[in-house]
Design a protein around this ligand. Structure first.
Ligand code: PLP
Length: 425
C-alpha cells in the first residue's frame, strides 16, 4: 500500500536530541546563554538591535506583552483580520481591548485595507495585519491608513518569518511584531514565540514584563519536547497512514472535525493558563538558534515546491492558485487554492483523501463566526470565502516523488470536477 501524505510537515533538525542532551549536560536546560544568542541572531536577521528581540512562552504571549507595554486605554479598539488564529484576538481581549474584525481579500487571504478603513472610529488604536499563510499584507496601504488615523500597527508574523515586502522582512514595518515557534510553524522550537519591537524604550518595557515571570519547570519543558516529538511522529507519512489517516479518511466521509487531535480547545483564556506566564527556556532557544542556520534553505524548498504545485494546477477552470503580488515574496507556510464552494468543495476533499492525499480546508479560523466572540463588529464575507479554500501539502519536507503525487492527484481530481461541471447532466 502506498503511504498517505500528511497535511503537515514539521521542520525538524536531525540533531535535536543531541542539542537538548548537551544543554542538560551543561546544566543549561532551563537557563542558559543560548536564549540571548537566539534573540541576537533573530534581531540580526531583521536588522534591529539585539535588545529589540524578546523571547516569550508563546507567540500569542509575545503579542500580549507588547500590548501590556503599550498600555492602551481600556476599551480601545483593535482591528484584526476576520481570518486568523482565534487566540490572538482572544489575548487582546484578556489585555482589556475591544476586538473588531476587518475583512480579508480573497485573492491574497490577507487583511483588506478598505475594510480596515471602514471600521475605524474614535476608539480605534491599533491594527494587526496577519501575514497569513506566509504572504505579506499590503503594508504600504496599511501604514498609510495607520498614519492618517494615528494607529499602532502590530504585525502577526506567525506564518511569515522570512517573507519580504518590497525587499524588507515582515516584522520590521510596525511598532511591534509577534513570531511563533510552535511545532508546525516555520521555525520549530516545539513552542515559544518572540516579540520584535522597533523602539528600544518599548522593547525595554516588554523585556521587563517578561523578565519578571518565573522559569518553567524542567518537567514542563521535557513534556513539551516530548509532545512535539509525538506530534511529529504522528504526521510522519508511514505513521500517519496507519494512525491518523484512517481517522481523517472516515471523518472526511462523516464530516467530523479530526483536528481535535492536534489543536487546542477554543475557550476563554481569562485567566491566563499557568504555562503562558513563564519564560522561554534555553533548551528551546538552542533548537531555534540551530534552526535559523537552516531556515533559508527550508524556505527556498517550500517556495520551489509551491511553484511546482502551481505549475501543475494552473489553467484548471475555476481554480485560483496563490496570487503573489510582484512587490512581495510568499514563504508558503500553507499552500491554498480557492475552488468550488460548499458540498462540491467537500466532495473534492473526500476524493483527495481517498487517494491518500490529505487536504485541509481551514487552517485558521473566522473568529467573528465563533461563539467565543459573540457579537463583535466585523466584516467577514471575504474571510468566509477563503474558509472554502483547499490546503494542499507542499511543505519543504516532502520528497520529490511525494510532491509529484500530491500535485498530479489534486490536478486530476480538480480537472475531473471541472469537466463534470461543464458537461450537461
Ligand atoms: C500560531 C499562530 C499564532 C501564535 O502562535 P502561538 O501558538 O501563540 O505561538 C499567531 N497567529 C497565527 C495566525 C498563528 O497561526
Amino acid at each position: 500500500m502506498r503511504s498517505a501524505i500528511s497535511r503537515y510537515g514539521a521542520r525538524v533538525l536531525p540533531n535535536t536530541e543531541q542539542l537538548v542532551a548537551g544543554c542538560k549536560a551543561r546544566g543549561e536546560f532551563i537557563q542558559g546563554p543560548q536564549i540571548a544568542e537566539f534573540e541576537a541572531a533573530f534581531a540580526r536577521r531583521h536588522g534591529v538591535d539585539p535588545s529589540c528581540a524578546i523571547t516569550a512562552s508563546y507567540g500569542r504571549m509575545a503579542f500580549y506583552y507588547i500590548l501590556k507595554a503599550l498600555d492602551l486605554p481600556p476599551g480601545s479598539e483593535i482591528i484584526f483580520p476576520s481570518l486568523t488564529f482565534w487566540v490572538v484576538p482572544e489575548l487582546a481581549r484578556v489585555a482589556g481591548l475591544t476586538v473588531v474584525f476587518a475583512d480579508v481579500d480573497p485573492k491574497t487571504f490577507t487583511i483588506d485595507p478598505d475594510s480596515v478603513e471602514r471600521l475605524i472610529n474614535g476608539k480605534t488604536r491599533a491594527i494587526v495585519p496577519t501575514h497569513l499563510y506566509g504572504l505579506p499584507c499590503d503594508m504600504d496601504r496599511l501604514l498609510a491608513i495607520a498614519g492618517r488615523h494615528n494607529l499602532i500597527v502590530l504585525e502577526d508574523c506567525a506564518h511569515a518569518l522570512g517573507a519580504l515586502y518590497k525587499g524588507r522582512p515582515v516584522g520590521t514595518f510596525g511598532t511591534g511584531a509577534l513570531f511563533s515557534f510552535q511545532t508546525l510553524k516555520p521555525l520549530n522550537c516545539y513552542g515559544g514565540g518572540l516579540a520584535l519591537v522597533r523602539d528600544p524604550a518599548l522593547a525595554r518595557k516588554v523585556r521587563q514584563l517578561i523578565d519578571a515571570l518565573p522559569w518553567p519547570s524542567e518537567k514542563r519543558v521535557r513534556d513539551r519536547l516530548l509532545m512535539g516529538r509525538l506530534q511529529r511522529i504522528f504526521v510522519k507519512p508511514w505513521v500517519f497512514s496507519i494512525s491518523l489517516f484512517p481517522v481523517l479518511w472516515i471523518s472526511a466521509l462523516i464530516d467530523a472535525n479530526p483536528d481535535v487531535f492536534l489543536w487546542e480547545k477554543i475557550r476563554s483564556l481569562h485567566p491566563l493558563p499557568d504555562q503562558y506566564t513563564e519564560r522561554f527556556p534555553n533548551a528551546q532557544a538552542i533548537i531555534g538558534l540551530e534552526a535559523l542556520a537552516h531556515f533559508d534553505t527550508w524556505t527556498a524548498q517550500a517556495q520551489a515546491n509551491a511553484q511546482y504545485v502551481t505549475d501543475t494546477l494552473r489553467g484548471i477552470p475555476g481554480i485560483q492558485v496563490p496570487m503573489v503580488p510582484l512587490d512581495r515574496t510568499h514563504v508558503y507556510y500553507q499552500y491554498c487554492v480557492i475552488g468550488p464552494e460548499g458540498p462540491k468543495r467537500d466532495e473534492l476533499v473526500v476524493r483527495c483523501v481517498r487517494r491518500g492525499i490529505d487536504i485541509e480546508t481551514l487552517h485558521v479560523d473566522v473568529p467573528p463566526d465563533m461563539e467565543l466572540f459573540g457579537t463583535v463588529r466585523a466584516e467577514a464575507a471575504g474571510a468566509r470565502r477563503c474558509a472554502q479554500a483547499l490546503q494542499i501539502p507542499a511543505y519543504c519536507g516532502l520528497r520529490r516523488d511525494q510532491l509529484e503525487r500530491v500535485a498530479t492527484t489534486v490536478r486530476d481530481v480538480l480537472a475531473e470536477a471541472a469537466a463534470a461541471a461543464s458537461s450537461p447532466p
